[in-house]
Design a protein around this ligand. Structure first.
Ligand SMILES: Cc1cc2nc3c(=O)[nH]c(=O)nc-3n(C[C@H](O)[C@H](O)[C@H](O)COP(=O)(O)OP(=O)(O)OC[C@H]3O[C@@H](n4cnc5c(N)ncnc54)[C@H](O)[C@@H]3O)c2cc1C
Length: 388
């Protein structure tokens, strides 16, 4: 990506400014290229390179959220039944993404799909009688849906040892286990996809400026936006005028929208909870776990905290990731400031933030418990998945 400085001439007033160089801005740049190719588009990324925050392959688990294995999309009701509606909607959305990526590939816009999406079976795995009853109910509900056709179920340890050798080795044979498997799952490298889409956009004349932080957005009297951009290396500032701004700034979105003063942001707050993962590239371990496997979340845990053991295929290398373990930092971005959180608290969102602390007591307790964990506690969590 270009990281030239002083590269935005004063006359460059594009139709669209995309703030941030992650998967969201990259996707919108690709979509605009398809539906409105005559529009001029400019991307500003504050980091030295694109895809350095959440979209970077080591900063997420790359399931693509197809709802094939994430149990949080199919909670059991009070009667034990599972409503498939949410999982179906989410899977439909993933199919739309896949159709769009197929279109980009067919048009020669993203090179080979192998560089960003790989088939990897998706499994859900539970233990105990309650877990087994839930898994049966989930399989019954999802198995009847056309999008989940072929979803397999087993509670047979021998079958599971075939599907999940690493997770079944050394497991107590008296333990009740159950799992579903979908071979339609994938591993998505959002970092690679971001780069491919943005480099294709650059080829169509979309400037992608790195080291350029959007500091301020202001609506002019003619309805256009005045975008103030600061070069993070030289400190130089410039302004750009544009018809549309898309804030694809991830953790940088809240502060930017607050500074823009748009009424819609009043009341919104953010609390930065991060996810930390263990990772191995040991060929022996990787070869005995060729899947993405999701378990059930602890009580009060947020959906992102479902423990999972994922095969990852990043830039040709195979590895396993296990986590997430919740972490906390007041920074909203990895490359953020320790003052991000305190600066984001305003009179208009203080009520919302205190309200969350009051109504989400289980989440608060979960976070405190997670943050107090020692190394051996974390190891214990891993052994629920990998007894050996
Ligand atoms: C622990 C974890 C696990 C996840 N697992 C999965 C998964 O398995 N499957 C899945 O589909 N999703 C997963 N996700 C979610 C997914 O990674 C994110 O939803 C997605 O990457 C967000 O993309 P984005 O473009 O919105 O943000 P980002 O990738 O964070 O991009 C935002 C960009 O904006 C830049 N920026 C910020 N402020 C400014 C500014 N003022 N000016 C200019 N640039 C700015 C940042 O530097 C950054 O590059 C996971 C996320 C986490 C945290």
């Amino acid at each position: 990506m270009s990281s030239e400085r002083g590269a935005v001439p004063d006359s460059a007033n594009p139709d669209v400014v995309l703030v941030g160089g992650g998967i969201m801005s990259a996707t919108l740049a690709a979509l605009i290229g398809v539906v409105a190719p005559q529009w001029s588009v400019t991307v500003f990324e504050s980091g030295a390179d694109v895809a350095g925050e959440s979209s970077g392959p080591w900063n997420n688990a790359g399931t693509g959220h197809a709802a094939l294995c994430e149990l949080n999309y199919t909670p059991a009701g009070p009667d034990g039944r599972v409503d498939p509606a949410k999982a179906v909607t989410i899977n439909e959305q993933f199919q739309v993404s896949r159709q769009f990526w197929s279109h980009l590939v067919r048009e020669g816009m993203t090179g080979s799909p192998k560089s960003f999406v790989t088939p990897v079976p998706h499994l859900s795995f539970v233990t105990g009688e309650d877990g087994r009853a839930y898994m049966r109910a989930r399989h019954e509900a999802l198995g009847a849906q056309p999008l989940f056709e072929g979803l397999e179920y087993t509670e047979d340890a021998a079958q599971l040892a075939e599907w999940l050798p690493l997770m079944m080795a050394g497991r107590d044979p008296r333990q009740t286990v159950a799992a579903t498997r979908s071979t339609a799952g994938t591993d998505v490298n959002f970092g690679a996809l971001t780069r491919l889409m943005l480099s294709d956009a650059e080829g169509r004349g979309v400037p992608v400026h790195c080291n350029q932080r959007v500091q301020h957005l202001e609506r002019d009297t003619d309805g256009r936006w005045i975008v103030t951009v600061r070069d993070t290396v030289t400190g130089e500032r410039r302004t750009v005028r544009t018809r549309f701004v898309f804030v694809g700034a991830g953790g940088g979105a809240l502060p930017l929208l607050q500074r823009a003063g748009i009424p819609e942001i009043a009341g919104f707050g953010g609390f930065p909870v991060s996810g930390r993962f263990l990772r191995t590239t040991s060929p022996e371990l990787v070869s005995s776990h060729q899947a993405k496997v999701y378990g059930q979340a602890a009580v009060g845990a947020p959906p992102m905290s479902l423990p999972h053991l994922d095969l990852r295929l990043i830039d040709g290398d195979h590895s396993l990731m296990f986590g997430p373990y919740a972490g906390f930092s007041p920074k909203f971005l990895k490359a953020g400031s320790l003052f991000d959180l305190p600066r984001s608290v305003r009179p208009d969102n203080l009520g919302s933030m205190l309200g969350v602390a009051r109504t989400e007591l289980a989440l608060t307790r979960y976070l405190i418990r997670e943050l107090m964990q020692s190394g051996s506690d974390r190891h214990q969590t891993l052994t629920h998945f990998v007894p050996d």
